[in-house]
Design a binder for this molecule. Structure first.
Ligand SMILES: C[S@@+](CC[C@H](N)C(=O)[O-])C[C@H]1O[C@@H](n2cnc3c(N)ncnc32)[C@H](O)[C@@H]1O
Length: 208
């Protein structure tokens, strides 16, 4: 009920689940981040006017609309499921009716997140258990390539972090956990955010 009310305030429809058809093994189902988790996250974590966020596997777009509405920053969502993507576009139209005054752009793209070319201005990256570790690795390596070319600090906001995502980031990257935010009232220990940061000064520079 609370989820539907929060949706209504944004003029969107993002509740429910959509499974992939059998045979799709690397892509996970649609389910939105609970609003209560987003509210809790942003009690302690903030986004700046200069930040730009990408949600890899944006589903029906809850996170990008919430963040656009709350922080007024440019947001991009990428979604590989055609039906879910269409729903996200419908939500964008409905949302923009009420949020015309917020000038920051909202982009929703159809396609695999692993093929997305990261823009040099993008610095905040959101994941809610969208895909297998194989794809996650590829996306993180795309982020790291972009950072190598255009040095900047970047944060990963990871909801429902799996052991395998955590292990990869700990062992194979220089990302460090800077905060953990639990979702109130949830029994499952994974119902939390881990925020990882890669600071520009920590980037390894190659000798000329
Ligand atoms: C758990 S949902 C998260 C939705 C949204 N980020 C949120 O937190 O409300 C994961 C989404 O990722 C999408 N997805 C799975 N694999 C993908 C891929 N390789 N590229 C883009 N989207 C993908 C799924 O279709 C699904 O909508």
């Amino acid at each position: 009920m609370a989820e539907r009310l929060a949706d209504r305030a944004l003029r969107v429809r993002t509740t429910g689940i959509r499974e992939w058809h059998r045979g799709v093994v690397h892509y996970n189902r649609y389910e939105a981040t609970p609003y209560i988790a987003l509210d809790k996250l942003f009690e302690t974590y903030s986004l700046d006017k200069t930040d730009e966020l990408v949600d890899f596997g944006c589903g029906r777009g809850r996170v990008i609309f919430y963040i656009h509405n709350r922080f007024g920053i440019p947001v991009t969502g990428i979604e590989a499921n055609d039906k879910t993507y269409e729903e996200a576009l419908r939500n964008k139209n409905a949302y923009l009716h009420r949020a015309k005054h917020i000038k920051a752009p909202i982009r929703i793209l159809y396609g695999p997140a692993e093929n997305y070319e990261i823009k040099p201005t993008e610095n905040r990256f959101y994941f809610f258990n969208p895909f297998s570790i194989k794809i996650f690795r590829k996306v993180i390596n795309n982020i790291l390539d972009s950072v190598k070319e255009h040095p900047r600090s970047v944060d990963l906001l990871i909801y429902y972090p799996t052991a395998i995502y955590k292990q990869f980031l700990r062992k194979d990257t220089l990302f460090e956990i800077i905060n953990k935010v639990k979702t109130p009232g949830m029994k499952d220990k994974k119902e939390k955010f881990l925020i990882y940061r890669l600071r520009q000064q920590d980037l390894p520079y190659e000798a000329e």
